[in-house]
Design a protein around this ligand. Structure first.
Ligand code: HEC
Length: 137
């Protein structure tokens, strides 16, 4: 990841974290869900629990995205979730599995204009917040 892209990402995360507590939760905003359904639903299912229509042809079963917090315990954080989704994840198996590396899907060219980088980072963050909102205790 280029320094610029990282900087943009960090600034976006900071802006989102600093959002007023009284505002609607970002994760429930339709954009996060719409992006999730578009890019993730085929494998992880509408609810995140699996059973997407592509699941039967995958050799590795997609994880239940509603149980990540429970499975990871103290290692679960928004940042670790974002890293799993964009392909920098600390969790094993991710990059050589059938799970697409979303950081590359959304932004193939690291020298792309800043506006494109912001859009890619925004999509990743909206999806990350949405998946975070799916977590069950
Ligand atoms: C082509 C099928 C496919 C699609 C589409 C897909 N995934 Fe996955 N995903 C998988 C599989 C298979 C695994 C389990 C194997 C693994 O962890 O690498 C997985 C694992 C994960 C994990 C756990 C990874 C880890 O590091 O433990 C997360 C988080 C995740 N997916 C989120 C998403 C999100 C968010 C999207 C949409 C942006 C998405 N996935 C789209 C197949 C898919």
């Amino acid at each position: 990841m280029s320094a610029l892209r990282l900087t943009v990402m960090v600034q976006l995360v900071a802006a989102l974290v600093a959002a007023p507590a009284s505002s609607e939760p970002l994760a429930n905003d339709g954009a996060g869900r719409a992006l999730y359904v578009q890019y993730c639903g085929a494998c992880h299912g509408e609810t995140g629990e699996g059973r997407g229509h592509l699941e039967s042809i995958l050799s590795v079963q997609p994880v239940d995205l509603t149980r990540l917090k429970k499975a990871r315990g103290a290692d679960y954080s928004l940042e670790s979730l974002l890293r799993s989704i964009d392909g920098r994840g600390p969790f094993p198996g991710h990059t050589d599995s059938e799970m697409p590396v979303w950081g590359e899907v959304f932004l193939k060219d690291p020298s792309a204009p800043t506006a494109d980088q912001i859009q890619a980072a925004g999509k990743l963050l909206l999806i990350t917040y949405y998946v975070d909102s799916l977590q069950k205790d």
